[in-house]
Ligand binder design. Structure first.
Ligand code: F6P
Length: 538
């Protein structure tokens, strides 16, 4: 990271260290309006951050010094910025809804392929929704089981829950990811084979968890329906790997493709979103893509000073690198966004959880934060105590919608009141004097005092719709991209996941081999021996 830019930021942190948010708001009535902006259906209020105009200028200078503008162009124009895998990073092409758009990779326009897969998905989704697509026994499909993991699961799960109000309610959706057989077994208990469609979602079609579950589901279906031929009516694939799909026994006519320039954790708007399209229909899916695209255009064209993903990225970097904050919390006040924090975890932590920079040298600063969160108000009765009065600085994003899909009495007013009140309490706290003025006994004053000065962003949409969900996801994708550029790490590979996968294969053969082996370390050998004994393989 640029040292000069950081000298300025650090000097401003020192200068402002005794100035609280309370004081900043008191002396600047225009602060809330000045540190707010709108983009693609979302309103961001970032005024409850430890910033002033000088700090923002210093942060923008950091972004400029990292070459961010040029990096954004490289991504959108298909340069191979995922250098360690030799790939372009073009999830933005998947949702480029402009009819004449052209995006080139290796001299070839990828847009005709994108449009043709979307059309095929729309056609298939329409048939399942209408009942035209029949199972092997002639019954219509009632259950859709998506089998996938990581990016081939978290996005579809998150979005299917988020867009429940737009779903076709006579279809039921299930998501099996874990190689723990319980996940598949409990799902299969819920469905009748002759009314069930399995979507095998895997970019590589080699992922152990997905392929093991897919094979088990195929055996189950054949067993239930008594015919191998039934597989063609009950299994479709979403993948980049046609050969592997065919080898599994799925007709490639029932495969929906995507490309190596779509990272797993960025693949929701690719064919990986097939289950979502079946749920909400192709018209709503098009609105989701339009929302993504609106945020893409905003990110690519807005000056940094009015650029929502850039501002959120810079604030995150201020706390991670300027204040040493190690974690970051996402708090959606919307039950439909209950899986959004889990989805963000993969997007952010698999992207920027890197300790070497682009030249292969160990970084001397911290990179991607530990990301976590739960929907409000549930989290308030669980971990907020630590955010308010603990010893860690935890910047939070609060996300809410002004209108609910489910108005019941004044519940929504109460939900939103809690959201706003939390950001107020975190920013302004409660002083010892205020406690005393309320009559708090002196002995209790230290315990009832809230330091405040805790930074938050608040994101508000009028309503959670396909459009605002798409733009929300794109907002965070571009925030993560921006941070990766400034930290100078490769955000689009995930080599760190590989070692565990390789070792698991070796351990598996030791768990199942006839003869025990002792080729691991003492601890792992002991665990393997204990397991073998318990399952009768001494
Ligand atoms: O967890 C590693 C990972 O490669 C993710 O990046 C990816 O989303 C997931 O595995 C699933 O991969 P695939 O879609 O190829 O099955």
């Amino acid at each position: 990271m640029n040292e000069q830019a950081w000298e300025k930021i650090d000097s401003l942190i020192d200068k402002n260290q005794n100035t609280t948010l309370r004081e900043m708001f008191a002396k600047d009535p225009g602060r809330a309006a000045r540190y707010s902006l709108e983009a693609a259906g979302w309103f961001l209020d970032y005024s409850k951050n430890r910033i002033d105009d000088e700090m923002m200028r210093a942060l923008f200078a950091l972004a400029e010094s990292s070459g961010l503008k040029a990096e954004i162009e490289k991504m959108f124009t298909g340069e191979k910025i995922n250098e360690t895998e030799g790939r372009a990073v073009l999830h933005t092409a998947l949702r480029n809804v402009e009819p004449d758009a052209k995006v080139f990779v290796d001299g070839r326009d990828v847009m005709p392929g994108v449009r043709s897969v979307l059309a095929a998905m729309g056609d298939f989704a329409g048939k399942v929704r209408s009942g035209e697509w029949k199972g092997w026994t002639g019954k219509r499909i009632r259950n859709i089981v998506n089998i996938g993991i990581g990016g081939s699961d978290l996005g579809p799960v998150m979005a299917n829950i988020a867009l429940t109000p737009y779903s076709q309610r006579d279809l039921r959706f299930f998501f099996v990811s874990n190689v723990d057989s319980t996940h598949l077994a409990e799902t299969l208990r819920e469905v009748a084979a002759d009314e069930t469609l399995f979507i095998i979602a895997s970019k590589t079609f080699t992922t152990q968890e997905t392929m093991s579950n897919a094979e088990a589901a195929r055996e189950w279906l054949i067993g239930q329906l008594g015919a191998k031929e039934a597989v063609a009516r009950h299994f479709v694939a979403v993948s980049t790997a046609a050969e592997e799909v065919a080898a599994f026994g799925i007709d490639v006519a029932n495969m929906f493709g995507f490309w190596d320039w779509v990272g797993g954790r960025y693949s929701l708007p690719s064919a990986i979103g097939l289950s979502l399209m079946i749920s909400i229909g192709k018209e709503n899916y098009a609105k989701l893509l339009a929302g993504y695209h609106a945020m893409d255009v905003h990110f690519r064209t807005a000056p940094f000073e009015r650029n929502m993903p850039v501002i959120m990225a810079l604030l995150g970097i201020l706390y991670a690198n300027g204040y040493g904050a190690e974690t970051y919390c996402c708090l959606p006040y919307d039950q439909y966004l209950s899986r959004f924090p889990a989805y963000l975890q993969q997007m952010d932590m698999e992207s920027n959880g890197k300790c070497v920079d682009k030249s292969g040298r160990r970084v001397t600063y911290s990179t991607g934060p530990i990301e976590w969160g739960e929907p409000g108000t549930n989290g308030q009765h669980s971990f907020y105590q630590l955010i308010h009065q603990g010893t860690h600085l935890i910047p939070c994003d609060f996300i809410g919608c002004s209108r609910t899909h489910n108005p019941i009495g004044d519940l929504h007013d109460k939900l939103m009141a809690n959201l706003f009140a939390q950001t107020e309490a975190l920013a302004f706290g409660k002083t010892a004097e205020e406690c005393r003025a309320e009559g708090v006994p002196e002995a209790l004053v230290p315990f009832k005092t809230f330091e405040g000065n805790k930074p938050t962003n608040t994101l508000l949409a009028d309503e959670l719709t396909p459009y605002t969900l798409g733009s929300l996801v794109a907002l965070y994708e571009h925030k993560v991209f921006t941070q990766g550029v400034i930290w100078n790490v490769y955000s689009y590979d995930q080599w760190g996941v590989q070692l565990g996968k390789v070792l698991a294969k070796g351990v598996l053969s030791d768990l199942t081999a006839k003869e025990p082996s002792a080729r691991h370390d003492a601890s792992t050998n002991q665990l393997i021996a204990r397991y073998r004994k318990a399952v009768g393989r001494q």
